[in-house]
Design a protein around this ligand. Structure first.
Ligand code: DX5
Ligand code: ZN
Length: 219
């Protein structure tokens, strides 16, 4: 499976968003990660269907990888699909009827992912593993960019990769939180195939050069 970098636009400078998204596309990025937060499941608010629809005017070809950090994900699925989401990832901690929620996402012909908070064990994955396209391992507590990677999550990624390999699953393992130029190679070695990068991609303001450095880590 190819390694993919998914820049998280939560970390972007919104004043430069259009320019930076174009720079990312020119640098070979195929997907951007869009965090949706409701101030309930997480103590922060970010992006909704209206903003995602506007982003679609900037790019019609980028994969929109939508990470739902909301208390009731089911109520947003329709509008996010309509806004242009290509993948919707829900937190298992928020879904009483996880099987049904995944089924609903897939019924729109888009990809479905499940996300696990740092303290959520990987056992949940076992029962829906054939249905999902992606498992997102949170390596920080969700809600904010710029936090430090939790070292204990390395073991979780390794275990998840073992589950994937021993069952021959066609599963993307995505990592989200605290990824930078120093630790990206390590999470790839552990089995991650989709790497979300927020603040480390945008914070120094030179997205073109920073992306070149990240690309050199995956080639
Ligand atoms: C945090 C979000 C992340 C965030 C990552 O809850 O899910 O996608 O943007 O930012 P960094 O890479 O700065 O940890
Ligand atoms: Zn995210």
């Amino acid at each position: 499976m190819d390694i993919k970098i998914s820049p998280s636009i939560l970390g972007a400078n919104f004043c430069n968003l259009e320019k930076d998204i174009k720079t990312l596309e020119e640098g070979g990025i195929k997907a951007i990660h869009i965090d949706v937060m409701d101030g309930n499941f997480v103590p922060n608010i970010a992006f909704g269907p209206d903003q995602i629809k506007m982003l679609r005017k900037i790019s019609n070809t980028l994969e929109f990888d939508v990470h739902l950090m909301v208390a009731n994900p089911e109520i947003f699925i329709d509008s996010l699909v309509e806004a242009g989401a290509d993948t919707i990832t829900v937190h298992v901690e928020t879904c009483t009827h996880l099987y049904k929620t995944i089924h609903t996402i897939k019924s729109f012909g888009i990809k479905a992912g499940i996300a696990l908070n740092p303290a959520t064990p990987i056992e949940t994955v076992k029962h829906v593993r054939e249905m999902v396209n992606k498992v997102l391992v949170m390596t920080v507590e969700p809600g904010f960019g710029g936090q430090a990677f939790i070292p204990g999550m390395k073991e979780k990624i390794r275990e998840l990769n073992e589950l994937k390999l021993s069952n021959g699953l066609d599963l993307e393992i995505q990592v989200d939180g605290g990824i930078n130029l120093e630790n990206i190679s390590n999470v790839i070695e552990l089995g991650c195939t989709d790497i979300v990068v927020g603040s480390a991609m945008f914070e120094n303001g030179d997205v073109c050069e920073t992306l070149r450095q990240f690309n050199s880590k995956i080639s």
